[in-house]
Ligand binder design. Structure first.
Ligand SMILES: CC(C)(COP(=O)(O)OP(=O)(O)OC[C@H]1O[C@@H](n2cnc3c(N)ncnc32)[C@H](O)[C@@H]1OP(=O)(O)O)[C@@H](O)C(=O)NCCC(=O)NCCS
Length: 199
């Protein structure tokens, strides 16, 4: 199954799978289903808006029956944040407006939807793009993560993007070795660990 999968551009039809994969990996790489009372909450932030707003930088790993992993990126993080304010957050804020938080994760994500995280402009000067990558467990450790990141790097380079960063939460530091293998280096550590790569 894993050896016949293909990487392809993500489409609007993939959104349910993007929400699902994001949820299944949102607890520092593990299943976070029990941590959210609305299953789309993590995907509202960390997966689906990329396919919606910058689809040229959203790719899925498809094993035949639909996506089993994805890599998504924003080529210009500051411009992406501006577009989300106009094109994404108004609808999402309406959707979650009546939601009562039942868990700490509900609260944290609802707060981020109300007031999205902002990035240090000094970091964005050198590393303006950012990415998120997640694979379902069955498809991890088979080289697909590397291939997905390389697909994303090629798309970003083709657009002349000079560098990109990504955030690793302190609880998921075990993945740092993966990013280092691919050429990322630590560039900042405010709360999350930020890693970057010049393109
Ligand atoms: C993190 C993740 C994307 C990595 O993808 P993957 O398919 O498992 O990794 P790959 O098999 O492509 O590994 C690529 C290389 O990194 C190495 N590697 C992978 N994980 C590593 C680790 N934790 N430490 C050191 N090296 C690692 C592999 O050995 C491989 O080396 P090689 O190419 O020289 O043989 C994937 O495991 C995943 O989705 N995990 C759960 C969600 C998650 O944590 N996402 C990241 C959020 S920041």
């Amino acid at each position: 199954m894993a050896d016949t999968a293909v990487i392809r551009p993500a489409t609007e039809a993939d959104r349910p799978a993007l929400y699902e994969i994001c949820l299944r990996t949102a607890d520092n790489g593990s299943d976070a289903s029990h941590l959210y009372s609305e299953p789309r909450l993590p995907g509202f932030i960390w997966a689906v808006p990329y396919q919606a707003v910058v689809p040229d930088f959203a790719f899925v790993l498809d094993a035949g029956a639909g996506p089993v992993g994805y890599v998504v990126a924003a080529p210009d993080t500051a411009a992406f944040a501006d577009r989300l304010e106009r094109e994404w957050w108004p609808d999402v804020r309406r959707l979650v407006g009546g939601l009562t938080p039942h868990t700490a994760n509900d609260e944290r994500v609802l707060a981020l939807i109300r007031r999205p995280e902002t990035k240090d402009p000094a970091m964005l000067a050198d590393y303006p793009a950012h990415l998120h990558i997640n694979l379902l467990p069955l498809f991890q450790s088979s080289g697909w993560g590397r291939r997905l990141v390389e697909t994303e790097l090629a798309a970003l380079r083709a657009k002349g993007v000079p560098g990109l960063h990504l955030g690793v939460s302190a609880g998921n530091a075990k993945v740092i070795g993966f990013y280092e293998k691919l050429g990322f280096r630590e560039i900042a550590r405010p709360a999350s660990i930020y890693m970057g790569m010049r393109l």
